[in-house]
Design a protein around this ligand. Structure first.
Ligand code: ZN
Length: 409
């Protein structure tokens, strides 16, 4: 007789195993410790004994969702700017008055640790209420050594919550801070030198990110950042080809990037390079929507080349104040033409790969981490279909229910 710590039954599964949703109707899951020990049709469940048994009453179970691209930790917000734009004040004027990313940098530098932690936690709770059990959080609103490290420390603190895992990315190359406006080279030297060294010394980052764009950093500058990251043994990823084709997709691929993100203007050659390198395309419909962009990412090219597509909220105060993973799923379908299957795989199995966690989570199968999202739905496509309906019934993180449900049996 098998001995399990947890047994979940009376449920349907979308495991994400194989190429599709991996649906198993009337399934069961048994766990030992943090891992899945057995999963499959309830009729095939071997004889066993579980310390705790949970009856899910016919709910659907997917892997816990993975939001692989967020800027969740920041000071202030940009609601006043949003309001100004809608009363006809042009963006250039808002920027002249100190708005835009510079206002978030100023607010983040001025915020206390307690304030950053509290506002970050509120946004994290919103993601969790939408089924997220793993989230990536970037720095990039400090743009000085002390504040970049502080942002990443706060992200790590958020990850001390046993109900969620936080993966961090160092994004010193997010924007040129005002004090370096006339000396780009000096800022790049700071990012790739003392700033990165401080981040590495405290093990604050799991990856290094950059913003490659006409309004941010050039391909040569991103190369400098990536080369420094690789010298420290950190993988890279890139905000690539969002507003124009900068060759970002190919650049990320050349450095064996975990992911290239946004990609609205990626070229066919760039997509082919990503396919060859195994770089995941992270699609961010929240920013596309907020900025009222009109060129969608080349989903057809990703399909043709077999590039894995992940989907994320890009939660940030400026271009994507989106803290609902389910709305991101819907937008991926309505704005980018993903099928519900592609969208759901994009926030599970492919999001895990985009974080370098593909062997560990994102699929429900024996040996994988027992991170589950439990949904009150009749079919998985509902997760992409409803706008604003709370569908989550509960989560399981590392084999432990969250919140603790009533036991049965
Ligand atoms: Zn971003």
């Amino acid at each position: 007789m098998a001995r399990w710590d947890g047994l979940w039954r009376n449920l349907h599964l979308a495991t994400m195993a194989g190429d599709g949703l991996g649906v198993v109707e009337d399934g069961a899951i048994a766990t030992v410790g943090e891992r899945i020990a057995w999963i499959g049709p309830a009729a095939a469940l071997p004889a066993g004994d579980a310390a705790r048994t949970y009856d899910l009453g016919g709910a659907w179970v997917t892997p816990g969702l993975i939001d692989c691209h967020t800027h969740l930790v920041f000071g202030g917000d940009r609601a006043a700017e949003f309001e100004l734009r809608l009363t006809g004040v042009p963006y250039a004027e808002i920027a002249r008055r100190g708005g835009g990313i510079r206002s978030t940098v100023a607010a983040t530098r001025a915020a206390s640790d307690a304030e950053l932690l509290a506002s970050g936690r509120r946004r994290l709770e919103a993601l969790r209420a939408g089924g997220v059990t793993t989230v990536e959080i970037k720095s990039g609103y400090g743009l000085d050594v002390a504040t970049e490290c502080r942002m990443l420390r706060i992200a790590r603190r958020l990850g001390e919550d046993p109900g969620i895992d936080v993966v961090t990315s160092f994004l010193g190359a997010h924007a040129l801070p005002a004090e370096f406006a006339h000396d780009r080279a000096a800022y790049l030297d700071l990012v790739t030198g003392p700033m990165l060294e401080a981040v590495v010394a405290e093990r604050l980052a799991d990856a290094v990110d950059g913003f490659g764009e006409g309004i941010a950093f050039t391909p040569a500058e991103i190369e400098q950042v990536f080369s420094a990251a690789l010298r420290h043994g950190l993988p890279v990823k890139l905000h690539a080809d969002q507003l124009s084709d900068q060759g970002g997709a190919a650049l990320a691929a050349r450095f064996k990037g975990l992911s290239a993100d946004h990609l609205e203007h990626a070229s066919a050659a760039g997509v082919a390079a990503m396919a060859a390198a195994g770089t995941v395309a992270v699609l961010l419909p929240g920013a596309f929507y907020t900025l009222k962009e009109t060129t969608a990412p080349p989903v057809g090219l990703f399909r043709r080349h077999g590039v894995a597509m992940a989907l994320a909220t890009d939660a940030n105060p400026g271009s994507s104040p989106l803290v609902s993973p389910l709305l991101a799923l819907n937008m991926g379908c309505t704005l980018f033409g993903l099928t519900p299957t592609e969208a759901l795989r994009g926030m599970t199995v492919h999001a895990a790969t985009a974080l370098g966690l593909g062997g560990d989570r994102g699929i429900l199968e024996p040996g994988k981490r027992a991170d589950l999202a439990i949904w009150r739905i009749g079919r998985p496509a509902e997760l992409c279909y409803w706008l604003g309906q709370g569908l989550l019934e509960g989560l399981v993180k590392n084999g432990r229910p969250w919140p603790e449900p009533k036991e049965s049996g």
